[in-house]
Design a protein around this ligand. Structure first.
Ligand code: IPE
Ligand code: IPE
Ligand code: MG
Length: 250
């Protein structure tokens, strides 16, 4: 069945080039099972591994995973440190596997806010995989879209002040270039697991024309067939970018 779905999604040809996922529902998954919230985060790593593998196999070009938001720092200290511990051990364990699978790792967000050992291991992983030509895996870490936009505005104003940038020349391309996502195409499909209908400060500028898909499935249960079904749903949609249906069909 899974293979049939894989073939269907691949044969369609209209694969989302960039999929971004809000991996939500770890805590509720754990609660349902009477487990501590951290157990949900831990199981979520198995979903990450599987989704990364499938995206690589079917030829998705970019996969962005909302891993930890700027606002997640305000969770209880014990939960934040459990997540940080898991992040570090996962990075240490998985880099080799990612490299073997030709995955190129990068990050968006304020990496400097992470513990220094985590920063170091992530940067080592980014360096190690930088020449890989397969899936671009982007981890959103200590990421917030409003913070990203403020950072971009400051960088642009600095250019106005110090390098003669003319205000009239500020356009979408110029703003894009000052975002963490400068080299990354906008997401075609944004999936949120866990059933909430919100973006929670994720890629607010970049999602202007993204297709949104809300899955009721909690992230630790979101696996290959859920991803393939989400892509199949995307493939049945018509993206109009402001035009009429007839225009787009031509
Ligand atoms: C997402 O799952 C993981 C992070 C935000 C780090 P949650 O921990 O938000 O899970 P719920 O939403 O409480 O179920
Ligand atoms: C969004 O989930 C952030 C990540 C998945 C990393 P949250 O659980 O933090 O979102 P809210 O607080 O429910 O909006
Ligand atoms: Mg949540």
């Amino acid at each position: 069945m899974k293979d049939v779905l894989t073939d269907k999604v691949s044969a369609n040809g209209n694969l989302p080039k960039h999929i971004a996922i809000i991996m939500d529902g770890n805590g509720r998954w754990a609660r349902l099972k009477n487990l501590p919230r951290a157990a949900g985060h831990k199981e979520g790593i198995n979903s990450v591994r599987e989704i990364v593998r499938v995206c690589g196999e079917i030829g998705v070009s970019h996969l962005t995973l909302y891993t930890f938001s700027s606002e997640n720092w305000s969770r209880p200290k014990t939960e934040v440190s459990a997540i940080m511990k898991l992040l570090l051990s996962t990075i240490k364990k998985e880099i080799r596997n990612l490299d073997d699978n030709n995955v190129k790792l990068s990050t968006i967000g304020n990496l400097k806010e992470l513990p220094s050992e985590t920063q170091k291991n992530i940067l080592d992983g980014v360096k190690k995989t930088k020449s890989n030509t397969g899936l671009n895996l982007i981890l959103a870490l200590s990421y917030g879209s409003r913070q990203e936009l403020i950072r971009a505005i400051k960088r642009i104003l600095t250019r106005v002040k110090e390098s003669n940038l003319v205000i009239d020349n500020i356009d979408e391309t110029l703003l894009n270039a000052e975002l963490y996502t400068a080299d990354i195409p906008d997401p075609d499909l944004i999936i949120r697991t866990g059933g909430e209908y919100r973006l929670s400060n994720f890629l607010l500028w970049q999602s202007a024309y993204s297709e949104l898909l809300i899955s009721e499935t909690f992230w630790p249960d979101f696996r290959e067939s859920d991803l393939l079904n989400s892509i199949a749903d995307y493939q049945n949609r018509q993206r109009r970018f402001g035009q009429t249906a007839d225009q787009v069909k031509l």
